[in-house]
Design a protein around this ligand. Structure first.
Ligand code: WQD
Length: 338
């Protein structure tokens, strides 16, 4: 049974990927500093999988810890989630992003190289495409950055490209579009601290009453309803893509892929779908555009289908429903099925 190290495995995408990997028969160790995740997720992962969770508290910036981890555990591959990911925050604190995202990758890969662990899935993002003009987005399109966060992801991809010329790395670079939703059990989901930056968790807080209304950042874009288009993908589909990515790496098949649905959805369409699930009006108002937003981002998902046999299965309604179920369960403290 291959054993995988998930850096940032207690986070939103990491925790869902943990469940999918365990269910696919992998052994998994989580490394997380809990800077952007709640330690209670570990108990809920244990409830979900029916087994203890092997978790190590620490940061990928700690080379000595990583060296010990690779010496103590027979690790066959790594999925590297641990990074800072808030675009707005990266503009305010770029050095923190360079240190954690770029320094974290170089520290991790140096420790992997020393242990001769060469299989790595790297968590990248659609924002490496900058402000594209042609759609849908394919993997060979040029990269650019519109924020320090995007700069770190473009730089990390370029670092990995060059590292693979010098050593026998087997790399899976996955460019996520917009992950949303939650596991069907409602035991894990997106749990942003404070006021959410991202659309669906903000709509969820309007639905619970924590926020009074949704601000739609601009309705004067060149799109069918004037609001921005994004490629929202259910987080469990994204988790499944990681399982397939690791299976490909274990077969020696490297790849660099968009992970999306290929279906562009507008801000107002997502708001409407969430409102339908909740069953009552969720107030919103049109607000000024948000700096840094691009009008459209959606994938051509065909290469993931041909190279991994991956295709997103869950639709927008399931994305909204699973999010709403999770948000309600978290408010009740998961008293159901206790
Ligand atoms: C989506 C759309 C907003 C909030 C970012 C990162 C990306 C990834 C996901 C890390 C935009 C609009 C939002 C709100 C709104 N993060 N919106 N009101 O910006 O596409 O992607 O988060 O991996 O890398 O770039 O996602 O959910 O913030 O915004 O109108 O309160 O919703 O303007 O058009 P985004 P988002």
């Amino acid at each position: 049974m291959p054993h995988i190290l998930l850096t940032g495995g207690a986070g939103y995408i990491g925790s869902h990927t943990y469940v999918a990997l365990v269910e696919a028969g992998f052994g998994v160790t989580i490394l997380d500093d809990f800077s952007n995740s709640d330690a209670s997720v570990v108990d809920r992962l244990s409830r979900l999988t029916g087994a203890d969770v092997d978790v190590v508290e620490g940061t990928v910036l700690d080379r000595a810890l990583l060296t010990r981890l690779f010496a103590e555990k027979a690790i066959d591959g790594v999925v590297h989630f641990a990074a800072k990911k808030a675009v707005g925050e990266s503009v305010a604190r770029p050095l923190d992003y360079f240190e954690t995202n770029i320094g974290g990758l170089t520290t991790l890969t140096q420790a992997m190289r020393a242990a001769e662990v060469w299989r790595l899935v790297f968590s990248s993002t659609a924002t490496v495409y900058g402000e594209p003009e042609v759609f849908p987005l394919t993997e060979d399109m040029p990269l650019s950055h519109t924020s320090p966060y995007a700069f770190t992801k473009v730089t990390c991809e370029r670092i990995l490209e060059q590292a693979a010329r010098a050593d026998p790395w087997v790399l899976g670079v996955l460019r996520y579009f917009n992950p949303v939703g939650a596991h069907g059990s409602a035991l894990i989901g997106e749990d942003p601290r404070g006021v959410p930056e991202n659309l669906m968790p903000y709509v969820a807080k309007v639905a619970t009453g924590e926020m009074s209304e949704l601000r739609v950042f601009g309705d004067d874009y060149d799109t069918p309803d004037g609001t921005c288009l994004r490629d929202y993908i259910h987080v469990m589909d994204l988790a499944d893509a990681h399982v397939k990515s690791l299976q490909a790496l274990l077969d020696g098949r490297a790849h660099r892929l968009n992970i999306g649905t290929g279906n562009p959805v507008s801000v107002l369409e997502l708001h409407g779908a969430y409102q339908d699930v909740v069953g009552r009006e969720l107030p919103y108002r049109i607000a000024p555009r948000r700096a840094g937003d691009v009008p459209k981002l959606y994938a051509d998902p065909s290469r993931a289908r041909s190279e991994l046999g991956f295709e997103a299965q869950r639709d927008l309604e399931e994305m909204c429903r699973s999010s709403w179920n999770w948000v309600q369960a978290r408010m009740t403290g998961w008293t159901f099925n206790s």
